[in-house]
Design a protein around this ligand. Structure first.
Ligand code: P1T
Length: 379
């Protein structure tokens, strides 16, 4: 099946009991056994639940992977990946990434003896300088949150193979509609399914997809042993979201392009970060590995610094000022005080997350209404 059919049918079959076309929400913690061990494949819902299993098959299908795993949040999914490591191991991570991922790495896992190097990965050759005998994992987020840098996944995969490392790619911003990291040589794809996969800002879920059977087994063990699983209702909502991923993403991309061009020509805007611009430093890589340029962008007003950024986001009416992204409705965020506040200012500014930066998650409303809203808020 091609991608747009996989979003609807991938890994799905009518429910065995009554032929329900959508998998029922199996709202149960446990399953009757006829004799100890005599069950129909499910024993306890932390270990497995039929609604979650339907989502996990869908996730694997759309990422062209063999195994999908669904978690309570994107961070719970990342937590499972880092738990593959042991004290003394090192990770090379992109330096421009979601603030919560940075906080998990620095404030939780460093205490357990895992060392993280945060590196600008737009030039993949720089990564190699940070690889040593203890390095076990490359953590790549592309496009990055919130600076919209693009990292060459195939080049990172070559490096990972050369040094026998795992390559994990946070595919939250792009989604498999635009880029499929496993096809480019990554070992693990991670999602905050809270975002585009769910698509309606009504659920918090995370996901991992892998091809390798033994890696999948280790991650399933961690999923069950640590227990950061999502519930059946949340699994159902993400499954429903995935069925329209392709049509939503197409509109997100179209609207984002129109807004990027509007902002770029606006006299009050200093800089717009969007990988679709021919002068974006990684435009060629984006063109090579993505089908389009996504629904996210960031920008900086020319003058006024922090106060102007706050004034603009407060004045928006169609865009809602809120954390998160990837829903049908347009959201605006102020990374320095919201999504990336857990990164120390000095560290944050090194990757460009200055106090005047505004991030937009462009929704699927009429682009004209979104542009009019930005126009009035900038005036
Ligand atoms: O929120 P959660 O589902 O736990 O996912 C964390 C996460 C991981 N990776 C990326 C690229 C993300 O953007 C996120 C969550 N991000 C936001 C809440 C945000 O507004 O950027």
């Amino acid at each position: 099946m091609r991608f747009n059919s996989k979003t609807i049918h991938g890994g799905q079959e009518p429910d065995k009991a009554y032929g329900a076309v959508m998998p029922p929400i199996y709202q149960t913690s446990t399953y009757a056994q006829t004799t100890p061990g005599g069950h129909k494949g499910y024993e306890y819902s932390r270990s497995g639940n039929p609604t979650r299993a339907a989502l996990e098959r869908s996730l694997a299908s759309i990422e062209n992977g063999k195994h999908g795993l669904a978690f309570a949040s994107g961070l719970a999914a990342i937590d499972a990946v880092v738990k593959l490591l042991t004290p003394g191991d090192e990770v090379v991570s992109t330096n421009d990434l979601y603030g919560g991922s940075y906080r998990l790495f620095r404030q939780v896992f460093e205490k357990y003896g895992i060392k993280f190097h945060f590196v600008g990965m737009q030039d993949t050759s720089v990564i190699e300088e940070y690889i040593n005998d203890n390095t076990k994992l490359l953590w790549v987020e592309t496009p990055t949150n919130p600076m919209m840098n693009v990292i060459d996944i195939a080049a990172a995969a070559d490096l990972a193979k050369k040094h026998d490392l795992l390559l994990a790619v946070d595919n939250t911003f792009a989604t498999p509609y635009l880029q499929r990291p496993l096809d480019l040589g990554a070992d693990i794809v991670m999602h905050s399914a809270t975002k585009y996969l769910g698509g309606h800002s009504d659920v918090v879920v995370g996901a991992l997809v892998v091809n390798d059977d033994s890696l999948a087994e280790k991650l399933y063990f961690l999923q069950n042993a640590s227990g950061g699983v999502c519930g059946p209702m949340d699994s159902f909502l993400v499954l429903r979201g995935i069925k329209t991923l392709h049509v939503r993403m197409q509109r997100h991309c179209e609207n984002c392009r129109a807004i990027a061009e509007f902002l770029k020509s606006h006299p009050k805007i200093g800089k717009v970060f969007w990988p679709g611009f021919a002068d974006h430093p990684n435009h060629a890589v984006a063109k090579k590995q993505m089908a389009d340029f996504g629904g996210m962008l960031s920008f900086i007003p020319k003058e006024g610094g922090y106060e102007e950024a706050v004034r603009v986001v407060e004045k928006l009416r169609v865009f809602t000022l809120a954390e998160s992204l990837g829903g049908v409705e347009s959201l605006a965020g102020h990374p320095a005080s919201m999504t990336h506040a857990s990164i120390p200012k000095e560290e944050r500014e090194k990757s460009g997350v200055v106090d005047s930066l505004i991030r937009l998650s462009v929704g699927i409303e009429d682009a004209e209404d979104l542009i009019a809203d930005l126009n009035q808020s900038l005036s």
